[in-house]
Design a protein around this ligand. Structure first.
Ligand code: MLT
Ligand code: MN
Ligand code: ZN
Length: 309
């Protein structure tokens, strides 16, 4: 299995267009220790099979141009991409679908709940239903990813719900403290290749690590995990927002309830933070926070990172 990190940042990217925080400033000044990062997406394929995008970010066009493996090679109209899987309906994970609208045959996998969002919004008709095949996940069961023409990809995905929150623009302020979120709003993926024994978890948004989730992740060979924030109140103290991580459905890296502590005894072989918000100090290669995650065995994803499993 081959994995490409297309975009390692959370919504907004690094630098974010309207953010003047010290980290965005360093990135904008081309400081080599604070790399540019585009928004949240991976690409994966088994052996020589078609590529599948895991989330389609608003930066997808640039990401495709930056990754030669994803360029057309065969005839006047072609793409090595067979389909897309999305893990929630957040803007940073679905807006890129509109970049894929040029009549290209694709399969589009999501939960029934996220498909409701596509069905309710006519702009997604830009993905011509005659060539883009929409498929609903059965949760907690293996799904063999196939192209729109039912060609097997060699990838087997298990989608399961994780603690999270409905997309910001779908929040219902009258629906109580979770704004009308339901379990299917946020999923994680276990991605395996049919032939090899390699597999990994992709969890770009996660609000907490309950027992059933830690049980799944124990001894996994590779986990990409929600690295949105270092501290729960980091956006508030940076002056870039009023929301905490808890309010946004993201558990933080540090602290007693953070991911560093939660993964400490899980014996996961390779742990990589993805979906990093531009206020997160681990994005600076020379920060004490980066040193601290590195010492605990974590890596911080960057655009163009390649992994062979
Ligand atoms: C999130 O990850 O919390 C969302 O992508 C935020 C947003 O919609 O900007
Ligand atoms: Mn996001
Ligand atoms: Zn910033």
């Amino acid at each position: 299995m081959q994995i490409l990190v297309l975009g390692s940042a959370a919504g907004g990217g690094l630098p974010q267009w309207n953010c003047n925080c010290p980290i965005c400033q360093r990135a904008r000044s081309r400081d080599p220790k604070v790399r540019f990062r585009t928004q949240s997406s991976l690409a994966v394929r088994a052996d020589e099979g078609p590529w599948f995008l895991l989330n389609a970010s608003p930066d997808l066009r640039q990401q495709l141009n930056d990754n030669p493996a994803l360029h057309p090679t065969d005839g006047t109209r072609h793409s090595p991409i067979g389909g897309v899987v999305v893990t929630n309906a957040d803007v940073d994970h679905i807006a890129g679908l509109l970049t894929l609208r040029e009549g290209q045959s694709l399969s589009l996998y999501a939960t029934a709940r996220v498909h409701e969002t596509f069905d309710a919004n006519k702009i997604f008709q830009a993905l011509n239903p005659e060539v883009v095949s929409r498929r609903k996940f059965t949760l907690d069961a293996p799904t063999q990813l196939e192209t729109a023409d039912r060609i097997p990809s060699g990838l087997v995905v298990e989608a399961f719900t994780v603690p999270g929150k409905v997309a910001l623009y779908l929040e219902d302020p009258t629906a109580g403290p979770d704004f009308g979120s339901v379990a299917e709003d946020t999923i994680a993926l276990r991605v395996a290749s049919e032939t090899g024994d390699g597999y990994f978890y992709y969890i770009p948004g996660c609000a907490a690590l309950p027992n059933e989730l830690t049980k799944r992740l124990r001894k996994a060979p590779l986990v990409f995990f929600d690295g949105t924030l270092w501290r729960d109140d980091e956006m508030v103290t940076a002056g870039t927002g009023v929301k905490t991580g808890k309010r946004m459905g993201h558990m933080s890296i540090s602290g007693e309830e953070g991911s560093l502590a939660a993964f400490q005894t899980l014996e996961v072989k390779r742990k990589i933070f993805v979906h990093l918000n531009n206020t997160n100090p681990v994005l600076m290669d020379d920060s004490p926070e980066r040193q601290s995650v590195t010492e605990k065995g974590w890596e911080v994803a960057y655009d163009g990172m390649e992994i062979q499993l």
